[in-house]
Design a protein around this ligand. Structure first.
Ligand code: GAR
Length: 211
């Protein structure tokens, strides 16, 4: 079986990137997938260190320099890089920007994102803060296919975690992150094994799976 070539985009620490890299090297994605390249849009972001430590190539394409231009101009640069590495699946691992419809089409819709809340609740950049402000008793994380709206495409896997009265953004964030590191590799594995079928908003998963 040929390995699925993954391209990753990150803006920050890159712990989800690292969990996917490790799953490819020694975990559930071994011999099934490999991370070929990381694109980072933020100067100084730690995700690039993590890529370097795992001998994964990375490119910094600073989105700040494209702010006055249409989003497609930035996305064309990313498409060029991902095509150079023959990437078949793109994973957004803490990428704090939208991608264009053109970008999604360039990869036939094979673009996944992770969000640190139970979508469609608590979209946006400050999910944990919003969860705590609202006072909900459960939160969680979501892996979904990306469409042209923010935190919106068809949902692949969700996992719940409790929210405690004593939580702050850090304690809740790390409880959620632990599960993020499991559900994203699992969603990729289901994709590799061709067990995902999209029917409008619904992702039908062939068979059962464990996390
Ligand atoms: C993760 O919690 C991810 O779900 C979130 O950013 C964090 C990145 O952490 N993504 C979003 O909020 C996207 N809207 P990481 O850099 O350690 O993987």
């Amino acid at each position: 079986m040929t390995e699925l070539k993954i391209g990753a985009i990150a803006s920050g620490s890159g712990s989800n990137l690292e969990s996917i890299i490790k799953s490819c090297k020694t975990g559930i994605l071994k011999n099934k997938a490999s991370v070929e390249i990381l694109i980072c849009n933020k100067i100084g972001a730690f995700c690039m260190e993590r890529a370097k430590n795992h001998n994964i190539p990375y490119e910094l394409i600073e989105s700040n320099k494209y702010l006055h231009l249409p989003r497609e101009d930035y996305d064309k640069k990313m498409i060029e890089v991902f095509r150079k590495y023959s990437c078949e699946l793109i994973v957004l691992v803490g990428y704090m920007r939208l991608v264009s419809g053109m970008f999604i089409e360039a990869f036939n819709g094979n673009v996944m994102n992770i969000h640190p809340a139970l979508l469609p609740s608590f979209k946006g950049m400050h999910a944990h803060r919003d969860v705590l402000d609202y006072g909900v008793k459960v939160s969680g994380c979501t892996v979904h296919f990306v469409d042209n709206q923010s935190d919106h495409g068809p949902i692949i896997i969700q996992k719940c975690v409790p929210v405690y009265d004593t939580d702050n953004e850090d304690t809740l964030g790390s409880r959620v992150l632990e599960w993020e590191h499991k559900i994203f590799p699992k969603a990729i594995e289901l994709f590799c094994n061709k067990r995902l079928q999209i029917k409008e908003r619904l992702v039908i998963i062939d068979g059962e799976f464990d996390l």
